[in-house]
Design a protein around this ligand. Structure first.
Ligand SMILES: *Cc1c(COP(=O)(O)O)cnc(C)c1O
Length: 373
């Protein structure tokens, strides 16, 4: 099998050992042996965000990352209360759509998509609106690369006695997160991003106490109700309510094992080295970034399309793809930019090889190097 370098921001390049973990013995998910695997995985995922197992709990769902958005929004809203979605990107926009589909009462605080959330704007909004019991935002906006300061936002949210939910799908296990200290009540992610395993398994980590409280909230979904799944894990049979994706759970467990083998600190350093190399190499080729440096997170770098009559992103994409490197084939929203994501089991040598190839692609298609705007 050829190793493919995925620089699209998820799913990511996985290690051979994660791929091999899929080839596990057939097993019935209700067997003790499998229950042990699930229990370990849930605990380890809590440990990644430095949670305390008596206070913080991990609930798994089968589905892509969006299932977590659906679960948290529909399950954690008290009767007669409202959600506030702080929206500075494509993924929080999706959360607004989920509120609309469920007919949930919500406010949207729409902020610029190319900047970090301004905490003062959140403060101001919360002081002018009451009845908000749930505040939701995205930690790392994968569409742009903006990394929001969730700790500062959470502090404001808690001053207003609301619960704080963050979408950490593309930041979990990639930037340090501490559910005990960062003013977060619920965060969620899925296996195909930070732990570099396969799509199809998602998880929510949150405060036990608050999930217990949600038993009295209105029921809005059958399959994606948080309390119901929590009950199944914690009280009924230590298992998912319905059939879990067994093979994906083996692969995710291997991804988590490799996360701890590398260690949080080393992983952050690896990402930082790749990030710096990307910025340096882009500069050499003349590329400009979509975000100003002060808003740029470490994980996804959005690069503006150059102004060259010969520029055709899909041709560059196809050239790179044919040589084993994948960029996400579409821009997000209406910004003419492509993204370089540093989420997977890749390192600096892959980034070097990518830029050698990108330069070749530019020359092949007669695009002036360095590129111009
Ligand atoms: C990937 C991602 C999701 C989930 O998307 P799916 O296509 O459902 O996997 C949600 N939020 C963010 C921030 C993401 O990066």
């Amino acid at each position: 099998m050829k190793r493919k370098i995925l620089l699209n921001p998820g799913p990511t390049t996985t290690s051979i050992s994660v791929k091999k973990a899929l080839m596990s013995e057939d097993i019935c998910h209700r067997e003790k042996d499998f229950v042990k695997v699930i229990e370990k995985l849930r605990k380890d995922l809590v440990k990644i965000v430095h949670g305390h197992l008596d206070e913080d709990v991990c609930i798994l769902f089968s589905g892509s990352g969006t299932i977590n958005m659906d679960v948290t929004l529909n399950s954690l809203l008290e009767k007669d209360k409202k959600i506030l979605v702080i929206n500075n990107g494509a993924y929080s926009t999706r959360a607004v759509e989920i509120c609309q589909y469920y007919g949930l009462p919500y406010y949207e605080l729409k902020l610029p998509f190319d900047e970090k959330i301004d905490v003062n704007k959140v403060k101001e909004f919360l002081s002018k609106h009451d009845n908000i019991s749930l505040v939701y935002t995205t930690h790392h906006e994968t569409g742009s690369g903006v990394l929001n300061d969730v700790k500062a936002i959470g502090e404001v949210v808690h001053k207003h006695d609301a619960q704080f939910v963050i979408d950490a799908t593309s930041s979990f296990a990639l930037v340090p997160l501490n559910i005990q200290e960062d003013n977060i009540d619920f965060l969620f992610a899925s296996a195909q991003k930070g732990i570099a395993a396969m799509p199809g398994l998602s998880f929510i980590i949150g405060k036990r106490k608050l999930i217990e409280k949600s038993i009295d909230y209105p029921l809005r979904s059958y399959y994606t109700n948080l309390y119901r799944q929590y009950y199944s894990f914690e009280y009924a049979n230590k298992e998912m309510h319905f059939t879990p994706p067994t093979q994906l759970i083996y692969a995710a467990s291997q991804g988590v094992k490799e996360y701890f083998l590398e260690g949080e600190e080393n992983k952050i350093k690896r990402i930082k080295r790749m990030h710096e190399l990307v910025l340096e190499s882009l500069k050499e080729l003349g590329f400009k970034l979509y975000l100003k440096e002060e808003h740029l997170g470490p994980l996804v770098i959005s690069v503006l399309y150059p102004n060259d009559a010969n520029w055709n992103f899909m041709k560059i994409h196809d050239y790179l793809y044919d040589h084993g490197f994948t960029l996400f084939p579409r821009p997000v929203g209406d910004v003419k930019a492509f993204r370089i994501g540093l989420l997977g089991a890749i390192d600096e040598s892959d980034i070097k090889a990518f830029f050698t190839l990108l330069k070749k692609a530019l020359i092949t298609y007669n695009i002036k190097v360095p590129v111009s705007y």
